[in-house]
Design a protein around this ligand. Structure first.
Ligand SMILES: *[C@@H]1O[C@H](CO)[C@@H](O)[C@H](O)[C@H]1NC(C)=O
Length: 495
């Protein structure tokens, strides 16, 4: 719901009936690129790097090669040589998602691609990917493992025939054809030209907007991640025969606590509240990971933490947050929030709060979880809650709101589900009037204190959390669920 806030309305692109849709796509990328070149004030090197990124992502384009050659004559991008299989399956699965944005849909889409790539040997389809649905982030691309980058370039080169292609539009419905903001349309052209078109989406409130319902019903299928979404989508008017639950994979090998040493927390982040910690190693560390927006309940977290703890407690709170579509300077925002609240400074001083707002490369993320003793996120609503399952895979005890997407996997045995006080109306943004959860400040205080005072119990829940993640959401398990659905669709529509 937040990925299109800063994007512009554009005119509806013309319907495209040409089977050679990739070249049309490239022309539209070029137009987009020129528009961006004119309208964005990024530094020159950043700009060229972004060009290079786009180039890598738009292979088979002489136009792009020429453009890059013109800008940086000495740098020719290297192409990985892919051995040609003897017989290729005629079918394609074209996955269109914000692969390069680094947001929630981005990491989700990568998790499916990697799961399929690594676990399905000899699939009855070829996999192709295309960036769609959000802006590219250079930081995110650069933080990706080299193997993932190479795979991205390889899969982007897959040639597909329209009529034999299943398109998966993995984004918010506003990005689907015709898109409401500047992005490659998905599907690229009319719905009927493809073998099937699937919308993969989710939502963080109790309902789906009528316009999004309409867009969902244009699709052949709508994949959602949880039972919560199956019911909210159907209740909102999405055709029940189209709604399919496909859970999200979590890379339990990458997020494996045994593989990592903890990140040194003293070396990252900045203290915005509380006194200098003399011995940060002995402290109980709460970690929260979220994009800075009201929905994530950071106000509830700060209130609970600062009311419950003070300078005498051996505790600290680390917030990994990012200015994804909002401005930074979270330190000031936190101080401002505390000053404007009815919180009273304890005589022993505030319990310390640290903010990490520098970019943490994906490859360092497990080490950050490893440095924490518990994960906490009193969110008002989640589609899936990626940081939550990452923390669970890392065997952390998790305290998070028992509502929306996370109800798919939270239990009393594997976590500390945070009860909801009441449902509240969303008061701003395009989803005003929807309902979401108001997590309980009082109960969050109790749970945070409890986890800190019952370390053994908390560790046992963390252990169970990892077991549940492995059992239900391992990439091999989800890849097979996914491949089965794709297989069924290919069989159904090939009559
Ligand atoms: C969490 O919510 C579910 C319903 O979605 C409920 O059955 C369960 O008892 C709740 N757990 C807690 C601890 O509130």
């Amino acid at each position: 719901m937040d990925s299109n806030e800063n994007q512009q309305q554009v005119n509806q692109p013309e319907r495209n009936q040409n089977p050679n849709f990739k070249s049309h796509l490239l022309i539209s990328i070029l137009i987009l690129l020129l528009a961006i070149a004119i309208s964005f004030s990024v530094t020159k090197t950043e700009y060229y790097k972004l060009q290079l990124l786009r180039l890598e992502f738009s292979s088979n384009s002489n136009l792009f090669q020429t453009l890059l050659g013109f800008l940086t004559p000495t740098q020719k991008p290297k192409r990985t040589q892919i051995p040609k299989p003897i017989s290729k399956p005629p079918y394609c699965v074209l996955w269109m998602a914000p692969f390069l944005s680094g947001g929630g849909y981005s990491s989700e889409s990568w998790s499916y691609i990697l799961a399929l790539h690594e676990n399905i040997k000899n699939p009855p389809f070829r996999l192709a990917i295309e960036h769609h649905g959000d802006l590219e982030s250079l930081d995110f691309w650069e933080g990706l493992p080299v193997s993932t980058k190479n795979l991205a370039i390889e899969l982007h080169q897959t040639e597909c025939t329209m009529s034999k292609t299943l398109v998966i539009c993995h984004s918010e419905p506003g990005a689907w054809y015709p898109p409401l903001f500047e992005t490659l349309p998905c599907p690229p052209g009319a719905y009927q030209n493809f073998k099937a078109v699937i919308g993969r989406t989710m939502f963080e409130t109790d309902r789906v907007n009528p316009d999004h319902v309409k867009r969902c019903n244009e699709m052949d299928y709508v994949w959602v991640p949880t039972e919560f979404h199956v019911s909210t989508f159907i209740e909102s008017g999405v055709d029940p025969s189209k709604v399919v639950k496909i859970v999200q994979p979590i890379d339990v090998k990458f997020f494996d606590p045994l593989q990592y040493k903890p990140l040194n927390l003293d070396s990252i982040g900045s203290r915005v509240l509380g006194s200098q910690t003399r011995n940060s190693n002995s402290k109980f560390v709460f970690l929260s990971v979220f994009k800075w927006e009201y929905r994530k309940g950071w106000d509830v977290l700060l209130k609970s933490y600062l009311e419950e703890f003070s300078g005498v407690d051996d505790v600290s709170l680390y917030l990994l947050t990012n200015p994804y579509h909002s401005d930074g300077d979270f330190g000031n925002k936190i101080v401002e929030f505390v000053e404007n609240s009815d919180l009273e400074r304890p005589v022993t001083g505030w319990a310390p709060i640290h903010v990490i707002d520098s970019h943490i490369a994906q490859t360092d993320l497990p080490r950050l979880y490893k440095a924490a003793d518990a994960f906490v996120l009193p969110t008002r609503g989640e589609g899936w809650g990626r940081p939550i399952v990452e923390a669970m895979a890392m065997s952390l005890p998790v305290i998070t709101t028992n509502w929306s997407g996370p109800t798919e996997y939270l239990t009393e045995e594997n976590s500390y589900p945070l009860p909801v006080d009441r449902m509240n109306k969303v008061t701003e943004g395009p989803f005003r009037g929807h309902l979401w959860a108001e997590p309980s400040v009082a109960k969050l205080r109790v749970l945070m204190r409890h986890v800190m005072d019952n370390v053994e119990e908390a560790k046992a829940r963390g252990k169970k959390a990892r077991e549940d993640m492995i059992r239900r959401f391992s990439p091999d398990i989800v890849a097979n669920i996914l491949a089965d659905h794709i297989q069924t669709m290919l069989e159904k529509s090939s009559v």
